[in-house]
Design a protein around this ligand. Structure first.
Ligand code: CO
Length: 194
């Protein structure tokens, strides 16, 4: 495929996608252009095989998304914190999903300590276990002012920890969801006993 064709193919796909959607629902874009009301925030890995809307079968407008290498939630990351804050305070999402995946190269790299440059710093402190990484990021999320603030205002917000299997395409729940400060405390004591 020529370089020009590689790019042209995307526009061709896009036109096809638009025609498929509008064939079933002619006012889809007109309706969704005016507002979004997603119930979910997805925090996942940038990995090209883990595509949140496709995996969950959700159309445009229903999933607010943040992705980075190894689905890291860090309070010093202005990007991630802005997404979480926007999702919680403006969009009032009810569910925040941290979704890792098996065979995550980012987690591998952190374990092998092979990365150079920004990735080395980014992956600092990542757990060697994919499941445990999800747990850590869940708890980190539960300490953000956005989530804590929602709980203090007695808003119903639940933090979920899932993992995606590259080999079978299935999502799995890893841990019970966390929906309050007391549940967070319990989850933290379990992590310490791990
Ligand atoms: Co990954």
């Amino acid at each position: 495929m020529s370089e020009k064709h590689e790019i042209e193919a995307l526009f061709e796909n896009n036109r096809q996608w638009v025609s498929e959607i509008t064939r079933d629902d002619p006012v889809f874009f007109a309706r969704t252009a005016s507002q979004q009301a997603p119930k979910y925030l997805w925090i996942g890995c940038s990995d090209s095989r883990v595509t949140p809307n496709q995996i969950t079968g959700l159309p445009p407008g229903q999933l607010f998304v943040h992705r980075n290498v190894a689905n890291v939630v860090s309070e010093t990351d202005l990007n991630c914190m802005s997404v979480v804050d926007f999702a919680l305070r403006i969009l009032e999402v009810r569910h925040v999903i941290v979704c890792g995946h098996y065979d995550c190269a980012g987690v591998h790299a952190a374990m092998d300590n092979v990365m150079e440059g920004p990735l080395n710093q980014w992956l600092d402190g990542i757990s060697e276990l994919w499941e445990l990484n999800v747990r850590k990021q869940m708890l980190s999320l539960c300490h953000t002012p956005s989530i804590e603030g929602a709980w203090r205002q007695r808003k119903s917000v639940r933090v979920h920890g899932w993992i995606y299997g590259l080999k079978d395409g299935l999502l799995r729940k890893l841990y019970p969801d966390i929906g309050s400060i007391s549940q967070r405390t319990r989850a933290e004591s379990e992590l310490r006993n791990f």
